[in-house]
Ligand binder design. Structure first.
Ligand code: SF4
Length: 376
């Protein structure tokens, strides 16, 4: 069992291209080796996301997302939502679309519910999304502050410490002191892991011990932390961001002849009109592909060959073509099984939805109880 739980999702916008692969999926494959992972939407296991390791599900099949979003909406100050940079940004950019809806303003609350309903403590994000996650952390904090109160909290927390057993209780007190007196974050993490692993504790006691580490409230919804991941931005065939709407994509599972043709006809540094004209890799959209697909020696070969006109552009592109085709081989092979029998995909998703719902239901039981909504 892993100590951390990672949650990540992707909008199902059609067939995947290399931008999705390098921007997210490759990272997901790696993360499933290190953490318990939940990924939502479908059609992805072909790239190596393993349904035995990661839970793959569809958001709308877990109605607890919507229930938690509704409840969080009751405590989310409108001012917080209006301040979200993307809210204003998108409203200006997409002025022709009607974005003055309650749903659009509340989008970060829905995202918060997506994460908090699984009590995920790690969310893979890029630098630009950290502020988004900060809002979700604030929502969780606010929820715990309002609903995590309980009479005689301190006594109950102390009783829970005793239930840890004397050795672990002593360790808990030491770690708590290290965090509270010296701000030692590593001690906080170690204490959380210890509580997480304490199988004999009831959930309420676990929440108290989490809360007692930092203050005087139960932690019903833990604050998720960003898992900063540097994912390379893969350029499209024209050097812009790779996107279906720009028509500049290489798809995952594209056939080799088509990949070859697309890259061979890709733009290069405009200074290289003739084979004998030297160029500058930094001005060429092929160069970022070499940075992803080529090792240092190959990159040095490109730099030297391009700037001295020692190599031609087609020669320079060939290793990238070979690397992309090689990368797609195993993906195609794995996908074939599911293309031949789509019921396998349905079974994986049904199983993932069930697993996800179980986790979400556990959280909602505590949320309802804390909010006084648990009627029996
Ligand atoms: S040699 Fe390579 S890097 Fe230089 S312009 Fe041609 S394709 Fe681009």
């Amino acid at each position: 069992m892993f100590a951390d739980r990672v949650l990540s999702g992707m909008r199902p916008t059609g067939r995947m291209h290399l931008g999705h692969y390098h921007g997210a999926l490759k990272n997901w494959v790696r993360l499933q080796e290190e953490h318990e992972c939940l990924y939502f939407a479908a059609d992805w296991h072909a790239v190596g996301i393993n349904p035995a390791r990661a839970t793959i599900f569809i958001q709308s099949r877990v109605p607890e997302h919507a229930e938690l979003a509704l409840l969080l909406g009751m405590i989310a100050p409108v001012g917080w939502l209006e301040r979200v940079p993307t809210y204003k940004d998108q409203q200006e950019k997409l002025a022709d679309r009607d974005l003055s809806t309650y749903g659009f303003l509340g989008y970060p609350v829905m995202q918060g519910a997506d994460i908090l309903v699984y009590r995920a403590n790690l969310v893979p994000v890029g630098e630009d999304q950290v502020s988004h996650l900060e809002l979700i952390r604030e929502l969780a904090r606010r929820f715990n502050h309002i609903f995590g109160r309980e009479p005689a909290f301190e006594e109950k927390a102390k009783a829970a410490i005793k239930r840890l057993g004397s050795r672990r209780a002593k360790r808990y007190e030491q770690l708590r002191a290290a965090f509270q007196e010296k701000g030692d974050e590593a001690a906080l993490t170690a204490a959380r892991e210890m509580i997480d692993a304490a199988q004999n504790l009831a959930l309420g006691d676990q929440e108290r011990l989490f809360g007692y580490l930092e203050g005087s409230r139960r932690v019903i919804l833990p604050e998720p932390k960003p898992l900063l991941t540097a994912t390379p931005r893969i350029p499209g065939l024209d050097g812009q961001k790779m996107s279906k709407s720009y028509g500049n994509t290489i798809m995952l599972r594209e056939d080799a002849a088509s990949i070859t043709k697309k890259i061979r006809t890709m733009q290069t540094d405009p200074a290289r009109v003739h084979r004998s004209d030297p160029g500058t890799p930094e001005k060429c959209p092929v160069w970022p592909l070499h940075q992803i697909y080529s090792d240092e020696a190959r990159q040095a070969w490109v730099q030297k060959g391009c700037t001295t006109a020692g190599i031609g552009c087609l020669e320079c592109k060939q290793p990238v073509i070979d690397a992309i085709i090689a990368e797609q081989e195993p993906i195609k092979e794995r996908a074939q099984k599911y293309l031949d029998d789509p019921s396998l995909v349905r079974a994986i998703v049904a199983d993932g939805c069930e697993r996800a719902r179980k986790l979400a239901e556990e959280t909602m039981r505590d949320v309802r109880e804390a909010m006084g909504l648990a009627y029996t």
